[in-house]
Ligand binder design. Structure first.
Ligand code: SAM
Length: 260
């Protein structure tokens, strides 16, 4: 089957608006190739040959609509990414108080499990709510199986204590041990449209707002700050900041904030 390999300006506008309204991700002219590549993949999978037919399908089929939004998210992540934030928390927090943590764009779970194993290794008690808009990433997080290559930054003592090595055809993979898995609950949560039902001591919302424009970032920060307990900590990615946004958080380290 031959699929179309270009988008008319009208089709690009329509598809990027759908993505923006649903997830907040901006796929403007500069992201034309990315949008086209992700769309072409869905068209191949669904065996739909024309862009206009595909647009009609996502307008009437909620499942394919979700698949399309899922396909347009960028999910890159890895264990122990931007670990300065976690190291800071280990230094300053009281080990006696159980911590409620939210990994608010958790992708496939590496962020949540990295935080969990480090806090456990330092005798903290904790629970983590790990959320994302992408069903396929949540599925990977719940499975908690990762190629060895993905855990290369995990210190060997923690790898040994909190991960199980696979056997036979899984010999190049590790699984997060059940004792760690049970501390992390994965759930779908759209930062743009869902309202947090709980409050947290620490919120990580890293490497997602970089895909949003300023009004969306503001909305997300307002939404998340309401879910942060007074004195709680809020972290964005090291390439991100809350500059230019209205908030009442105090800066405690690069990309790290505390609610007054
Ligand atoms: C690059 S990953 C970041 C993963 C991890 N936080 C890290 O720093 O490594 C960005 C994640 O944000 C998610 N995302 C994008 N828009 C979202 C939205 N509106 N609500 C929730 N998650 C969203 C994507 O599905 C993706 O998994």
């Amino acid at each position: 089957m031959v699929t179309e390999t270009s988008l008319s300006p009208g089709q690009h506008k329509k598809l990027s608006r759908i993505v923006y309204e649903e997830s907040g991700v901006v796929l403007n002219e500069k992201k034309y190739s990315l949008l086209l590549a992700r769309l072409a993949k869905r068209m191949r999978i669904t065996k739909i040959a024309s862009v206009s037919d595909y647009i009609n399908v996502i307008s009437s089929d909620p499942e394919e609509f979700d698949e399309f939004i899922d396909a347009t998210t960028t999910n890159h992540t890895f264990f122990f990414r931007e670990n300065k934030h976690c190291e800071y928390l280990i230094k300053i927090l009281d080990k006696k108080t159980p911590l409620k943590i939210w990994s608010a764009a958790s992708s496939s779970g590496e962020e949540a499990f990295s935080i969990a194993v480090q806090l456990l290794a330092n005798s903290f008690s904790l629970s983590i709510f790990a959320s994302d808009v992408s069903d396929s990433m949540l599925k990977l997080g719940r499975r908690a199986v990762y190629p060895m290559e993905r855990v290369k930054n995990v210190p060997s003592s923690m790898l040994h204590t909190y991960f199980q090595k696979g056997k036979d055809r899984w010999k190049d993979h590790v699984r997060v041990k059940p004792a760690v898995q049970q501390l992390v609950t994965f759930a779908k949560f759209n930062l743009l449209s869902d309202t947090p039902a709980d409050t947290f001591d620490i919120i990580f919302c890293r490497n997602v707002m970089i895909y949003f424009d300023t009004p969306t970032r503001q909305k997300v920060v307002d939404n998340l700050c309401r879910a942060l307990k007074p004195g709680g900590y809020f972290f964005v990615g090291l390439a991100e900041s809350l500059n230019g946004l209205d908030h009442s958080l105090k800066t405690v380290l690069p990309s790290g904030y505390q609610k007054k």
